[in-house]
Design a binder for this molecule. Structure first.
Ligand code: SF4
Ligand code: MG
Length: 333
């Protein structure tokens, strides 16, 4: 397929200030050299524990933050060198859906104002002859909401309905990419499936590409074509859905998968339980060598010295990138 987004060696370090003089005491290495591609119309899942940099990555793709270094292209255009009207134009094509539908919608605005707001910034996105009200009602129908409810306020809706409103707003300008930061994490499991199904329907109808950020591998499996697993500011493994879930080669991915509950209780005995020891180290002071070595059950001496590059390793059927000196497939689920 065609590449729509390409990030190359993205780095984002935040200074830590301290003391009375607020001098820089070091840096949080939120992103430490992330390269990835997003193809037109696909869903790329991005998974990792909190503090791994996945939300920072989402914000960098949206250019809500400037990088410390690295490049980003959107449809071949160098994003970080754009300004003014060109940047405005780019912003139409990449939109975001936020995690918490309870706090991300302004409680004082009606649904019509919330979903219609993007047209105040980009009036040219309305087809000639279509009123904003008419278009908002179409969008509400598209996400399975009653278009008559255009005058209601966010508190009059359930969490799932609010996330539908957030999605309607996200697709209002007909973007090519939707960056979704934990879009269903705040919702009940039964409602999660409905919202994910809606997102898949919209993807088929509108040809959208999704970057779907989550802390849980089970949430992204159903919707993702490919998955990138992040740990402490880096991608440690990336592959298509089957490679990541059936033939993971990185010990961190294997550990995350072994923590995923398996619905069929008879399968439980055959599962390998891998328990991660300790917490995620601070991104201000990541471990030397492989950043995962302080928690990895496979670690050897070389691991605390040499940082393994993200390169292709055989996974038993094909090969896919994994950042481990001892990458080998282990079927966990
Ligand atoms: Fe574990 Fe070493 Fe592989 Fe890192 S490089 S994941 S510490 S085995
Ligand atoms: Mg899909």
């Amino acid at each position: 397929g065609d590449v729509i987004i390409e990030a190359t060696d993205l780095v984002k370090h935040y200074p830590i200030k301290g003391g009375v003089l607020r001098t820089t005491k070091g840096h949080v290495r939120a992103l430490d050299g992330v390269s990835l591609k997003l193809y037109k119309g696909e869903t790329l899942g991005i998974v990792g524990e909190s503090g791994c940099g996945k939300s920072t990555l989402g914000r960098m793709l949206m250019r809500l933050e400037e990088p410390t270094s690295g490049t980003l292209t959107f449809d071949g255009v160098d994003v970080y060198s754009q300004s003014g009207p060109e940047m405005r134009r780019l912003r139409r094509d990449i939109q975001m859906v936020f995690q918490d539908p309870y706090t991300s919608l302004n409680p004082r605005m009606t649904v019509g104002d919330i979903v219609g707001e993007p047209f105040d910034i980009h009036p040219d996105a309305l087809t000639r002859g279509t009123s904003k009200r008419k278009r908002v009602q179409e969008l509400l129908e598209l996400v399975g909401m009653n278009p008559e409810h255009i005058g209601r306020y966010p508190h009059q809706f359930s969490g799932g309905q609010r996330q539908r409103i957030g999605i309607a707003r996200g697709i209002a300008l007909n973007p090519k990419v939707l960056v979704c930061d934990e879009p269903v994490s705040a919702l009940d499991v039964s409602v999660q499936a409905q919202v994910v199904n809606l997102m898949e329907k919209l993807q088929d109808e509108l040809g959208l590409a999704y970057v779907f950020i989550a802390h849980d591998l089970s949430v992204v499996r159903h919707i993702s074509d490919r998955v990138a697993v992040m740990y402490l500011g880096k991608i440690v493994e990336v592959g298509d859905e089957q490679q990541i879930y059936e033939r993971p080669t990185h010990p961190y991915t294997q550990a995350l998968l072994s923590a995923v509950p398996v619905p069929d209780p008879t399968k439980r005995d055959t599962r390998r339980q891998i328990v991660l020891s300790g917490d995620v180290p601070s991104p201000a002071n990541p471990p030397s060598g492989c950043r995962f070595h302080t928690r990895c059950w496979k670690a050897k001496d070389v691991c605390s010295v040499d940082d393994p590059p993200l390169i292709d390793h055989p996974d038993g059927v094909s090969e896919h990138p994994s950042a481990c000196h001892f990458a080998e497939p282990v079927r966990v689920v």
